[in-house]
Design a protein around this ligand. Sequence first.
Ligand code: 5GP
Ligand code: ZN
Length: 120
Amino acid sequence: MKHTIDNTVTVDNCIFCKIIKGEIPATLLYQDGDFAIIKDLHPRAPLHYLAIPKSHFVTMEDADYYQSQIVGRMLKKISTIKEQLDLVDYRLIVNQGKGAGQSVWHYHVHILGGKQFGDF
Ligand code: 5GP
Ligand code: ZN
């Protein structure tokens, strides 16, 4: 079964596409040609970043092969620049679909750190 998502969001009215294009301000911590890491606007931990592929897709089900490769590279990059992000141990979260808490319809990985996390 497909995820429950908001189908009215497209590449033209997507918040994260606008951030990537510089049309909406964000605190940018890292970027290369394929993805960006920004501060979350409403942090849920002392350190809360979002890793966002630059090309628009909603969930991993929608990712083509190239986009899925970018996500793999993005996760590796988080690990190699973790000191730059002040991270020691950290939690990565991907909400996929409304029922999982997804509210922005452009794939992103939450990076949470700066505290001791409880059991999941
Ligand atoms: P989701 O609920 O889709 O997994 O996560 C979306 C995240 O995007 C939320 O943590 C929310 O605080 C963050 N967010 C929503 N709008 C903006 C924005 O305009 N700028 C930034 N930096 N974060 C945003
Ligand atoms: Zn987008």
